[in-house]
Design a binder for this molecule. Structure first.
Ligand code: ADP
Ligand code: ZN
Length: 729
């Protein structure tokens, strides 16, 4: 049980305001619990905070102000406070920013909002009509249930004024109830599938871990379509049986709708949903119901990790390798790692599901920190696609064309069999570069060090860095020449154009996130394609994630080399994962699939490992390379980005920090840089990067905090520290 503070006792309150300390207050009338959400005066304002513990009392008591009131929400649990503190310490994030993550519910300070409901009253109305009788009958039929005005009128097939008339006479009763209603109970035994032997064994491992109520992490690895979802739903079922809550994190909100339907089929009711597409009213309801233990399962984006679960027993991180789990603005955290942290504090279970786990998770499993469960084969008759390279050095292809004769041949064969093909290119827009043939200039963004990408669909040039866009110019912005601007290189839109020329009779669908206004539109398109509305699908990374196209039997990867070029530590790992995922789209039902990779370097070790389907070999090679370079997971990295409007000042700061490296040297860490960040200018701000490399087992965060604390950031200079950076942007 958490502590209780009597009225006027000193309490320390953590607010979401940018202050680097707790503030002392006197407990309100009636006292308050530790963890209580409260409203406190701060200067002339009222702000929201959490009672963190006893006050320090190092301040004149007579000047200490009183907590205004305790909010009508469940107090923050001790476990949650510990989680926020440890996550904040790990990511070097101040507590006010951590608390903000945990209070992302609208209207926290509002009184519970009410709504009117209607049920059977007493007596009969003075004049009975058909419509009135239907309303009363409906009330009787639903028994104890109470309906809103709209629901009742609709169910009875009358206008709302008929109901209101009945309220006047007392035959129908109008009552006020809280608007935030509990979620329907889920039934763990509602609609389970008969599992295969492999799946059964895997499910048992998860269920045992779940029933233990002790912290454990399981890496659930299995090819796409092997039934990982079916298996981890058994862990969810076990959590339900144990009276615990479960959270399922998905990397992409476009996947949620399909998933909700699946949960409903499995457990008989819809779970709670938490992501940016959820309405404010619903968010408010979800947050409150989770805190009261009246939402059993939540499906959501990474920010759902900070919801106030009352007895969380399970966190599933689906597609755990996905880079979108790493938050890259605001608080820099990796949802996968934070899930493990939260579970370890709670004594809960984490299931990391993936066909192509991250190197870190794979290594943790090898080292015995995580349990490993493998589903080796696809469910049912589906088999893994055959993979082959198309050696582009041997294909006869003009320089502004990207579909090789071999690939064309394969697509044609699919069309004749009424099967679908997917052409994959991981680049949005029409062309990545627009070049002036007169002066040789490439059109760049005014505010960033990035080239503008032509989006023909939007008829604009778009900066993929800052999102700025401008109309496609008629003349060259540098030399003024007319009609000399030419697109260079392919994007998904240009590929669609080429495909339309090559296959004039084909129905072609383009799947790229920027072509759809809303997630619903996108979902509709995906469903139509799955039902056979297209012969050829042209898609970006979006299609790699979890969608199921039963008629798809061919995947053509336009440029398998694209991901191999970056200087990024994770380039090989990413390419490997992406290619495997894309290839996994083919042949998911009865028909066998094939994946063709267009490449100029078929001997590249990554391409060879992909083709051979030899994951173990790939991971081993990658791990060896990282071990010899003492790179993660064998060493530690932190990325530091300094930015400001004046390039010279930013560099000065970088040099100053690099010289004053004693706190880092003491723990054996080395600084690299300052150097211009790979994207050296974004939104008009110059960016300089320092990279810090340290041995694995040092207290890097403490050293970093001391090191960074040596400087005061003046003017518009900013510093952001990214622990375990995913990409070196
Ligand atoms: P993964 O998550 O590994 O990609 P899924 O769990 O989505 O795989 O399974 C792929 C498809 O096979 C789904 O449509 C799923 O319902 C079906 N499936 C998997 N296992 C079974 C089973 N034991 N019985 C019936 N259908 C199954
Ligand atoms: Zn820009």
């Amino acid at each position: 049980m958490q502590g209780f503070f009597e009225e006027n006792a000193l309490v320390a309150v953590q607010t979401t305001q940018p202050l680097d300390r707790l503030l002392d207050y006197r407990a309100p009338e009636g006292g308050c619990h530790q963890g209580a959400f409260v409203e406190v005066p701060l200067g002339p304002r009222k702000v929201i905070g959490v009672v963190w513990g006893p006050g320090r009392g190092d301040f004149d008591y007579s000047k200490i102000r009183q907590v205004i009131r305790v909010l009508d929400v469940a107090p923050m649990r001790e476990e949650m406070r510990a989680f926020l503190e440890r996550a904040g310490a790990y990511t070097l994030t101040p507590m006010n920013a951590m608390l903000r993550l945990a209070t992302r519910a609208p209207g926290l300070g509002d009184p519970p909002s009410m709504q009117k409901i209607y049920r059977l009253g007493e007596g009969e109305p003075p004049r009975m009509t058909d419509a009135r009788r239907r309303v009363l009958d409906t009330c009787r039929e639903v028994g104890g249930l109470s309906l809103t005005l709209k629901e009742l009128a609709e169910a009875a097939g009358v206008t709302t004024s008929v109901v209101k008339g009945l309220v006047k006479s007392g035959a129908v009763r109008e009552e006020q109830t809280p608007r935030d209603t509990a979620f329907a109970m889920l039934d763990p035994d509602h609609g389970g599938k008969a599992l295969t032997e492999d799946q059964q064994a895997a499910a048992q491992v998860l269920q045992k871990g779940q029933a233990s109520h002790a912290y454990n992490t399981v890496l659930l690895k299995g090819v796409t379509g092997s039934g990982k979802t079916e298996v981890y739903l058994e862990a969810v079922a076990e959590a339900l049986r144990q009276g615990r809550q479960a959270l399922v994190l998905l990397p992409e909100i476009a996947l949620t709708a399909e998933f909700l339907t699946r949960i409903e089929a499995r457990f008989g009711a819809k779970p709670a949903e938490w992501h940016s597409g959820v309405t404010m009213t619903e968010r408010r309801r979800v947050w409150r119901m989770i805190a009261q233990g009246q939402a059993q399962v939540v499906v959501g984006a990474r920010s759902a990790l900070f919801l106030p679960f009352q007895r969380l027993g399970l966190v599933v991180v689906d597609e755990e390798h996905d880079t979108s789990y790493k938050q890259d603005d605001g608080v820099l955290y990796n949802a996968r790692d934070m899930a493990v942290l939260r579970a370890s504090i709670l004594g809960a279970q984490v299931v990391l599901a993936s066909a192509t786990p991250s190197l870190e998770s794979w290594n943790n499993a090898e080292a015995g920190k995580y349990q490993r469960v493998i589903l080796a084969s696809r469910y049912g008759p589906a088999v893994l696609p055959e993979m082959r390279a198309i050696d582009m050095r041997r294909e006869d292809l003009p320089s502004n064309r990207w579909i090789s004769p071999s690939l064309k041949h394969a697509v044609t064969a699919r069309m004749q069999r009424q099967e679908q093909s997917l052409l994959f290119i991981n680049r949005r827009g029409y062309a990545p570069v627009t070049l002036c043939r007169a002066c040789g200039q490439q059109i760049g963004c005014d505010d960033c060090d990035a080239r503008m990408v032509e989006h023909r669909f939007l008829k604009r040039l778009v900066c993929h860095q800052c999102g700025e866009s401008k109309p496609m110019p008629e003349t060259c912005p540098s030399c003024g020449a007319e009609d000399r601007l030419a697109p260079v290189g392919p994007g998904v839109e240009r590929l669609a154009e080429e495909a339309q020329e090559l296959f004039p009779d084909a129905r072609i669908a383009v799947l790229s996130s920027d072509l759809y206004g809303t997630a619903r539109e996108l979902k509709g398109q995906i469903e139509a394609i799955a039902a056979g509305a297209a012969d050829i699908i042209i898609g970006t990374q979006l299609v790699a994630k979890g969608h199921n196209f039963p008629l798809l039997t061919l995947v053509g990867v336009i440029d398998a080399d694209l991901g191999l070029q970056g200087s990024d530590l994770r380039a090989a790992e990413r390419t490997f994962q992406l290619m495997r995922q894309v290839a996994g789209r083919a042949g998911r039902s009865e028909k066998p699939g094939q994946a063709l990779l267009q490449t100029f370097q078929p001997e590249h070790p990554v391409i060879r490992a992909i083709l051979a389907g030899d994951e173990e070999a790939f991971w081993k090679a990658e791990l060896d390379e990282r071990r010899s370079a003492t790179m993660p997971p064998f060493g530690r990295l932190a990325g530091v980005i300094l930015s400001g409007e004046d390039a010279a000042k930013v560099f000065d700061l970088g040099n100053h920090l690099a010289r004053h490296d004693a706190p880092l040297r003491r723990v054996g860490a080395t600084i690299y840089g300052p150097a211009p960040a790979p994207i050296a200018r974004v939104r008009g701000r110059h960016r300089v990067r320092l990279l810090i490399k340290a041995p694995k087992d040092v207290m890097l965060q403490r050293a970093l905090a001391e090191w960074a604390g040596q400087v005061q950031l003046k003017g518009d200079l900013r510093m952001s520290i990214d622990i375990d950076p995913q990409s070196f942007f």
